[in-house]
Design a protein around this ligand. Structure first.
Ligand SMILES: C[S@@+](CC[C@H](N)C(=O)[O-])C[C@H]1O[C@@H](n2cnc3c(N)ncnc32)[C@H](O)[C@@H]1O
Length: 248
């Protein structure tokens, strides 16, 4: 049984389950886009559009939650026969949530990953020749300070800026910038101007990730990405001169 005092399993529109957090009053995924679908189209697919031909890929998954972004990455990697070495690092504050994941009903696409889900729920680490996954049980703000020039991909998938502002501030993204490589790609479901400003003021270029079957999301990079439509931040700022990024 997964449900407890703080979490309830909820069916989302692509047929995969997500959960509702009574602590944050929010679902872990968009119930309209669907948990698995959202993870794939807003994070994994755009990230690997840019990062599929590297020998080794280091991913920062903020935050582990139900593990969809990590698991969808492994699923997508295997499905496409990629042979890059993947190292996924994921902080998560809620240790009891991670333990309870062995009781979560995951989509059938994750069936072949069941042994990995069990190891992560029990020990917080999984390792084989191709994949290394580690969950850090603690505060993401402290965790990211340990890294410098490390990550190729950052999945920015915290609860919303209004309910979890500490993971969306200009200072937070300054730490992300330091932890990321110069050619890193960051993906996030947030399209809010304050999020984009917090990234823009840390010298990220901002791009739109859009498609027919999901609500648009944001891709950010220090590099020029011809694969995505660039958001004209100077125009946005001139139209919204009082808009500000969140601050610590
Ligand atoms: C939207 S959920 C993440 C969903 C996840 N990416 C997935 O695919 O299942 C946000 C997660 O952030 C965690 N969290 C909130 N504040 C945190 C912090 N300061 N450090 C680490 N984790 C945090 C919450 O416990 C929650 O599990």
């Amino acid at each position: 049984m997964f449900d407890d005092a703080l979490h309830t399993m909820t069916l989302s529109e692509d047929g995969s389950y997500t959960a509702y957090s009574k602590e944050y009053n929010e679902h872990y995924h968009s119930t309209k886009d669907g948990a698995l679908h959202e993870s794939l189209v807003k994070h994994v697919v755009p990230a690997f559009k840019i990062k599929q031909i590297q020998d080794e890929v280091n991913i920062l998954d903020i935050c582990f939650g139900l593990g969809f972004n990590t698991l969808a990455t492994l699923y997508f990697h295997k499905k496409n026969n990629f042979n890059s070495k993947l190292n996924i690092y994921s902080p998560e504050l809620d240790a009891s949530l991670v333990k309870s994941l062995k009781n979560f009903t995951y989509p059938k696409e994750f069936d072949a990953l069941e042994h990995i889900i069990l190891e992560l729920a029990e020990n917080g680490v999984y390792d084989d020749d191709l994949w290394h996954v580690e969950i850090f049980l603690g505060d993401a703000r402290e965790y990211i300070k340990k890294f410098e020039n490390k990550f190729d991909i950052v999945y920015q998938d915290a609860f919303s800026p209004s309910s979890n502002p500490m993971l969306w501030t200009k200072e937070y993204f300054a730490d992300i910038k330091k932890a990321a490589k110069k050619d890193a790609i960051l993906t996030t479901y947030s399209i809010s101007l304050s999020t984009r400003l917090a990234l823009h003021e840390n010298s990220f270029n901002i791009y739109l990730n859009s498609g027919e079957n999901f609500r648009s999301s944001t891709v950010a990079s220090f590099e020029i990405l011809p694969e995505f439509e660039k958001v004209d931040m100077l125009h946005k700022i001139s139209c919204n001169p009082h808009a500000k990024p969140l601050r610590d």
